[in-house]
Design a protein around this ligand. Sequence first.
Ligand SMILES: Nc1nc2c(ncn2[C@@H]2O[C@H](COP(=O)(O)OP(=O)(O)O)[C@@H](O)[C@H]2O)c(=O)[nH]1
Ligand SMILES: [Mg+2]
Length: 213
Amino acid sequence: MAKQYDVLFRLLLLGDSGVGKTCLLCRFTDNEFHPSHISTIGVDFKMKTLEIDGIKVRIQIWDTAGQERYQTITKQYYRRAQGIFLVYDITSERSFQHIMKWASDVDEYAPEKIRKILVGNKSDEVDKRQVATEQGIKLANAYGMDFFETSAFTNHNITETFTRLAEQVLAANKKDLDLLRMSGNEEINLAALEEEEGLYERAASDESKGCWC
Ligand SMILES: Nc1nc2c(ncn2[C@@H]2O[C@H](COP(=O)(O)OP(=O)(O)O)[C@@H](O)[C@H]2O)c(=O)[nH]1
Ligand SMILES: [Mg+2]
């Protein structure tokens, strides 16, 4: 069977409930926007393959629920991720302030070489803006992260944001990647995928749910 991709990365969307994480994911993977859908329960994921520097990068993007009660589920996922989106809503000062809490969780639970990117979503909501672009830039600089303002609604900066994080993860893992490529990594990746799917089923079976998007 022909190899479908060269490497598999896991990226995680973090941030308060309602900032638009699920909408960002739907826009990126399916180019769809559903204005209202059932809140994400626990953790869910979608896949997409990108080609970066001639390397087929399959990214598995995990979408978490921001509610405190799911924290015990999501913390297991920090450790298995290579990249993290820290998402706030530009119309919610509160969601911006909470980024510090999310970032400190990442520092505590995620691997050291994890790559992070700051995302200010709902950039289309100009009249309701509470967080200035400069505030986002300043915070991202303080953490040494890249920063994008996005809109899942208008599709502004969506591909750019996901691609940038995937590129950074690729660069951070380049050495291991070369080793994997030399030895052929398909089996390893498929095994990892099956393992993740098992985890997902366990998380999902905790609570029955409808369509999450
Ligand atoms: N105007 C606007 N609304 C958005 C955008 N992204 C998400 N929303 C809305 O924000 C609400 C929460 O989105 P959702 O993806 O469920 O947030 P999550 O809890 O972070 O997953 C929904 O009512 C969406 O319609 C955006 O880019 N612009
Ligand atoms: Mg959600």
